[in-house]
Design a protein around this ligand. Structure first.
Ligand code: GTQ
Length: 344
């Protein structure tokens, strides 16, 4: 058959016709296993917080629309992705400020780091934000954030915007007024859907999203730590509970999964990998994460990108509570998610 030169000459005829030879690309297109390009990487709060506070002197939340420092995975610098598929950032609201009402197709999930008096309003319902709370904003719902208290309000944002943009489905809109009208009593969605009961006449007001906006830390943490009394930790995961949609038991959002892990002091997880692209925020304690033979030491409020299909172990040097988020929710819906548990 043809030699290399003849093949190259043929390929030159293809290019101007917007054609290409699959046989040269096959291996790259359907790899034997995922070759995740994202880097395991840590953003230390000691570095992030002062820079975020400095941004507070530079512009107001109103001016910025959202005053956020974006976590750029070093492998994807400038593309606003913490890992291959998820956006994440750290947002600051100062006392009296409002991040004006808008909506977008992308869904957002927030993990609150610092807040006395911070709140978000989602679809006419105000929800307070306290440290460790998880607050969701279903795609397509108006939301604005504000702050009635003192001190900075700071949280981690996770959005599925890279996936929405991959599908080229991104719509967004600003509301005329900077604050949307509050039409519901605070706690309404929790009363209706989040108290172990459901409305007799069923409805899913936000489609595949949980109808509950707020998952308070106290409840989540207490439940997680209570497991210790009666069960052993999973050797690969530790103790874990996931944030669930009470309507169907699924993940809280269609494309973002979230869960909370407790690792007791001295506990080490066995080698594990899964295809979902994850990131973690340390809520309590100290954790050392080993990925690809590289060790990372994390403490309170540190954020780490954990690329998919990369072996890892975790060890807690102090009792630890870790918040996880990932694209597992999207991968499962598409039938793509896979995990592998190493030998113990
Ligand atoms: O709070 O609505 O970090 O729209 C990025 C885009 C936060 C938000 C982000 C957003 C928001």
């Amino acid at each position: 058959m043809a030699d290399v030169k003849e093949k190259e000459a043929f390929y030159e005829k293809l290019t101007p016709n917007s054609l290409g030879p699959l046989w040269e690309r096959m291996k790259g297109l359907v790899s034997p296993e995922p070759r995740n390009k994202a880097k395991p990487f840590v953003w230390y709060y000691d570095t992030v917080r002062p820079l975020l506070m400095e941004s507070g002197d530079l512009l107001t939340a109103e001016e910025a629309e959202r005053r956020v420092l974006v976590f750029d995975n070093p492998e994807f610098a400038g593309t606003s992705r913490i890992n291959s598929t998820l956006y994440a950032g750290v947002q600051l609201i100062l006392p009296g400020e409002t991040a004006p009402a808008h909506k977008h197709a992308a869904g957002a999930l927030r993990f609150i780091l610092e807040s006395e008096g911070g709140y978000t309003t989602v679809d006419g319902e105000r929800s307070e934000m306290k440290r460790g709370d998880v607050v969701i904003t279903p795609g397509g719902t108006f939301h604005d954030h504000g702050h009635d208290g003192t001190g900075p309000v700071i949280w981690i944002d996770a959005l599925d915007v890279p996936m929405v943009n991959f599908f080229e489905c991104g719509f967004s809109e600003e509301l005329q007024d900077s604050k949307q009208k509050v039409t519901k009593q605070s706690g309404h969605s929790t009363a209706e859907f989040g108290s172990g009961m459901l409305p007799l006449v069923s409805s899913a007001p936000f489609g595949l999203n949980s109808p509950v906006f707020s998952y308070p830390y106290d409840r989540a943490r207490n439940a997680l730590l209570s497991l210790k009394a009666s069960a052993a930790p999973d050797p690969y995961i530790g103790y874990s509970l996931r944030y669930a949609n009470p309507l169907d038991g699924g993940w809280v959002m269609p494309m973002i999964a979230a869960w909370l892990v407790h690792l007791p002091r001295g506990f080490s997880t066995a080698p594990y990998r899964a295809t979902d692209n994850q990131a973690i925020v340390i809520s309590e304690g100290r954790v050392s994460v080993e990925m690809n033979g590289e060790a990372f030491d994390l403490g309170s409020n540190d954020v780490m990108a954990l690329p998919g299909w990369t072996w890892r172990t975790m060890r807690a040097s102090e009792d630890a509570v870790i918040f996880f988020f990932s694209d597992r929710s999207a991968q499962e819906k598409l039938g793509l998610w896979k995990e592998e548990r190493g030998n113990i």
